[in-house]
Design a protein around this ligand. Structure first.
Ligand SMILES: [Zn+2]
Length: 177
């Protein structure tokens, strides 16, 4: 990659990095403010309805999840910046081809070319699809048990016919007698 392009992506990555850092800072400020508001009532949490505590915990876990995601993105951006330093930026980690510049413009921290990314997506979709494919086999099990039921039904039917034939015979016998 030319030095000029490399510089362009370096700036792009730094911009993205600063944005992420701002978001993480905001999240930390918000969660600190949240702690200040609820800090005094922390002891009285025991009087609160368990569902309220649970939803507060859920909110915190949700926020932490988002923060982890932002921090993960930040690490990805930092890794990409390191790649710019050692000159490996812009090549696909899977096939080694150059990553399309349009893709890098949208996703400067992209590790895979569009083809490998699609392949990875398809792989994930396949795994998800496999779960769907397993359902018919479950249906087959249900179907075979249906067959067993109908087979049992036939046996029952035979028994009924046999029984009715018996009773016919009985009746016949009675009639004869
Ligand atoms: Zn690739």
């Amino acid at each position: 990659m030319e030095a000029e392009k490399m510089n362009h992506y370096k700036h792009l990555l730094q911009q993205h990095k600063e944005n992420r850092e701002d978001i993480i800072d905001d999240m930390e400020t918000l969660s600190l403010a949240d702690n200040d508001n609820h800090g005094s009532s922390e002891l009285s949490n025991y009087d609160n309805h368990p569902a309220e505590i649970a939803s507060e915990l859920f909110d915190k876990e949700h926020q932490m999840g988002l923060k982890n995601l932002e921090e993960h993105e930040l690490k990805e951006l930092e890794l990409s910046l390191k790649k710019i330093e050692n000159g490996t930026y812009g090549t696909c980690e899977s096939c080694g081809k150059d990553i399309d510049s349009k893709r890098l413009e949208l996703l400067p921290q992209a590790k895979l070319c569009i083809d490998c990314a699609k392949e990875a997506d398809n792989f994930i979709a396949d795994i998800k699809g496999d779960k769907k494919k397993r359902r018919p086999s479950e249906e087959q099990v249900i179907h075979s048990s249906n067959l067993n039921d109908s087979a049992r039904g036939e046996q029952f039917h035979d028994l009924m016919e046999y029984g009715s034939a018996d009773s016919h015979q009985d009746r016949g016998g009675k009639i004869v007698q």
